[in-house]
Ligand binder design. Structure first.
Ligand SMILES: *Cc1c(COP(=O)(O)O)cnc(C)c1O
Length: 376
């Protein structure tokens, strides 16, 4: 083992996608691999997701979509957060679908299509209540009319009409019915303008798992692909039939006996109560260990559970292991699937007051991703 690694179980990713495919009925699965596959490695995660049955991939940015194509991934890809300065032409040439929330973005897709001599595949986005991307109800008719004209000209194919939920992780929330109704209205407006998309899509992980009425033609799970629950009201990882794919571990770099009253790490936010053993773990906030985990973050060393002792530093933190026999080179596991008693990403999220999404996506670029399972 190297000094530290985020070990990614590709078979877990494939199995999670197969599970999402099973619960989503006839809908196809668009596995969301933005943000370097939620920290798991984008291309490897994409391949594992495809092996599990994903027939679409979703990313935020143009660069992410082009990196998938450069790696030879050839399933349909949707990129949904283009900047005004992004060049759309390489995306059209690479057969990447783009999301369009406003007429100016449609104009850019049309211009790229004209330059590349092939139609741009667009997914028109309607804001059904999230208040983020998407055309408002008032702006939607004009966007649809412009898209119908571009489609008639042959510069654009309206591949999708889509939206995103605000409260899918609270499956009984009243906004869900309201967003479903608004989405239905938007589809009707489009239909009246002669815009009939190949695919309609609305569901993130939580909706895929808990809200069948949102499934339509394609579901867009992200966090569940990586085996993590989208939220406690949807279910635990085990209840949902998912398996966490990432294990973050490091080798203990130093062990030493210290007396009672020893202040530990910056600002001595931890002080030993008696003579004890301190173990040094070479991962810090530069690697994504939240500094808020000071005195809180759970860690398992040589199979036993402890907490971070004192301030999390840039490259390292310290653990008071008492009189336990810990040695240099022992494995310190910050989180994993939990079956060997190690903490989970959910435990870290609870300890530092965030969500499991942030725990896995923030793992830094200094930490190598190593892979187990998969076709290779
Ligand atoms: C990130 C994202 C998803 C995936 O959400 P999860 O909660 O991780 O399943 C789906 N759709 C859009 C638009 C997103 O930004």
């Amino acid at each position: 083992m190297s000094r530290f690694a985020a070990e990614i179980d590709l078979d877990a990713i494939s199995a999670n996608v197969a599970r999402l495919d099973a619960v989503s009925g006839d809908a196809a699965v668009m596995a969301v691999v933005k943000a370097d596959g939620y920290g798991h490695g984008m291309v490897a995660s994409a391949r594992a997701a495809i092996a599990g049955g994903a027939t679409w991939l979703g990313v935020a940015f143009a660069e992410e979509a082009l990196a998938l194509r450069a790696a030879g991934v050839d399933v349909p890809v949707l990129a949904w957060l283009l900047a005004e300065t992004d060049d759309v032409e390489p995306l059209v040439r690479a057969d990447v679908d783009v999301s369009v929330s406003a007429p100016w973005a449609l104009d850019r897709a049309v211009a790229a299509a004209e330059r590349s001599g092939r139609p741009a595949h667009v997914h028109l986005k309607v804001d059904t209540g999230l208040g983020r991307a998407g055309a408002t109800r008032d702006d939607w008719p004009d966007l649809v009319t412009a898209a119908a004209k571009a489609a008639a000209d042959g510069t654009v194919e309206v591949t999708g009409i889509w939206s995103h939920l605000a409260y899918a992780d609270a499956p009984a929330h009243p906004t869900i019915a309201a967003q479903l109704a608004a989405y239905g209205d938007a589809l009707e407006v489009a239909d009246r303008a002669g815009v009939r998309p190949q695919v309609r899509h609305l569901a993130n992980s939580a909706a895929t798992l808990a809200l069948p009425a949102t499934h339509y033609d394609v579901v867009r799970p992200g966090i569940a692909v990586y085996g993590l629950s989208p939220g406690p009201d949807v279910g635990t990882t085990a209840e949902l039939g998912l398996r966490p794919a990432m294990t973050l571990r490091a080798e203990v770099a130093l062990v030493k006996r210290v007396p009672a009253g020893q202040g530990v790490s910056y600002a001595h936010r931890y002080t030993t109560e008696r003579e004890t053993t301190l173990a040094l773990v070479p991962l810090g906030y530069a690697d994504g260990v939240p500094r808020h985990a000071t005195n809180l973050g759970p860690v398992s060393i040589a199979g036993r559970r402890y907490r971070v002792s004192g301030t999390v530093c840039m490259d390292q933190f310290v653990v008071d292991v008492g009189d336990d026999a810990v040695e240099v080179g022992d494995a310190a596991v910050l989180f994993g699937p939990g079956d060997a008693g190690e903490p989970t990403a959910d435990d870290w999220a609870a300890a530092v007051g965030t969500i499991n999404y942030e725990i896995v996506t923030r793992i830094g670029s200094r930490v190598p991703r190593t892979y187990v399972g998969g076709a290779s």
